[in-house]
Write a protein that binds this ligand. Structure first.
Ligand SMILES: [Zn+2]
Length: 405
């Protein structure tokens, strides 16, 4: 009996011990932890070698076996250091019913921009009118290889207009690394610019400013009737701009008189002047197919209406010449812009003016009907007296007045 009682106590104790052990085992929460060697995110320049730093795995509990028991780790490592991209390295460990997993991100990047190489010189100089072909540029990238076909070029060279032009070559590799390079092309004015050749015959250059306008077509009819060539210094008159094409077709010279003819605007700055001049040049190109190098300043180069901007005419007359433009003033004024307002007075002023010149650059305005009406009589008189009528060109006498501002 006594033995049996002891046995039962032993059994009960064993059961209790087992329960306690099970509870303790449960409370210890066994699990597998994976500890990465090195950083969890690694960035790598492509082409460099990569050795995964690996990881350690431990079976651990929270109450005991905190240090853990080291386990073997399997790693799946897809990193290709020759190929840019984001890779995930996966680690796993298993022991009995437990398993653990961890990841590392490895980014293979290309931070090196492509290298651009100009063909031909970085600075090219040519004479206005000469042909220009961009010698081009090549691009190579360590990662992407030849990127020449991806180069974009911005900027244009107007070989007809003197100036300095910049061509910019840009390229990006597949990782977005950009490179750019520039070339400057200087177009120098042709040697003939401003080299005046005096006419052999007594010559009349009829010039008409401020048009085209409502009387310009009629004027062109009169000029055509006598086969007389004249010069038009035009402004932007959208309703009449189509007549600029007719002027060129019929052999007249077309020059720029600015688009707006607004003194306050055009003489406010060199930038403003050239911006306005470009508008007119673009209209002339649109109408005639080619740019002009002839121009006349509103008010003439001697004007004082620009006095609000000190020295602007000194600067502009040099700047337009540097750009290969030839500017003209006049030596015979019809007076039609101011004091005169009849056809008869215009005829008289022009005849008197012409008589005192070897060659006459006659200023009229084809937006004035009474002035246009004087042209036929002036032509008849000129032809009858042995004058030659001609359109201005780059070698014609410029009749510069001199600068007053
Ligand atoms: Zn004018």
């Amino acid at each position: 009996m006594k033995n049996k009682k002891i046995l039962w106590i032993c059994v009960a104790a064993a059961v209790l011990l087992l329960i306690a052990a099970a509870a303790l085992f449960y409370a210890n929460k066994f699990h597998i932890e994976i500890e990465l060697n090195g950083e969890p995110e690694i960035t790598l320049e492509y082409g460099s070698s990569y050795t995964d730093p690996g990881a350690g795995a431990y079976l651990r509990g929270v109450l005991f076996m905190k240090e853990g028991k080291e386990l073997p780790v399997t790693a799946e490592d897809p990193v290709d250091p020759e190929k840019t991209g984001s890779y995930t390295v996966r680690y796993a460990a298993r022991k009995w019913g437990w398993s653990g997993e961890a990841e590392r991100t490895v980014r293979v990047v290309d931070t090196q921009p492509p290298v651009l190489q100009l063909a031909g010189s970085e600075k090219i100089t040519l004479t206005a009118g000469a042909a220009f072909e961009d010698p081009g540029c090549s691009a190579s990238d360590g990662y992407d290889g030849d990127l020449t076909s991806q180069i974009t070029v911005t900027g244009e060279v107007d070989t007809k207009t003197a100036g300095t032009y910049t061509l910019t070559y840009e390229v990006k590799d597949s990782s977005g690394n950009a490179a750019s390079l520039s070339r400057t092309v200087t177009v120098k004015a042709a040697a003939s610019t401003g080299n005046t050749v005096l006419p052999k015959n007594r010559t009349i250059y009829l010039t008409f400013d401020d048009g085209p306008g409502p009387y310009t077509a009629k004027l062109l009819d009169v000029l055509a009737k006598y086969n007389v060539k004249a010069t038009f210094f035009v402004t932007n008159k959208p309703d009449y701009n189509h007549l600029i094409a007719r002027m060129a077709q019929e052999g007249h010279a077309v020059g720029i008189h600015t688009a707006s003819h607004n003194y306050k605007e055009i003489y406010a700055s060199e930038e403003a002047f050239f911006a306005d001049q470009q508008i007119m040049q673009d209209i002339i190109i649109e109408q005639t197919g080619s740019p002009t190098r002839l121009m006349r300043f509103p008010g003439g180069s001697s004007n004082t209406v620009s006095n609000f901007n000190k020295g602007i005419m000194t600067r502009l007359t040099k700047a337009v010449t540097d750009r290969g433009m030839v500017y003209f003033d006049w030596n015979v004024s019809s007076g039609d812009a101011g004091e005169v307002n009849t056809t008869a007075e215009v005829v008289k002023n022009v005849k008197n003016g012409i008589l005192s010149c070897r060659y006459a650059n006659v200023l009229q305005h084809d937006i004035k009907k009474f002035s246009v009406n004087a042209v036929e009589e002036i032509i008849q008189w000129g032809l009858a007296n042995g004058y030659t009528f001609a359109a201005l060109d780059e070698t014609s006498p410029t009749c510069h007045h001199g600068i007053n501002n």
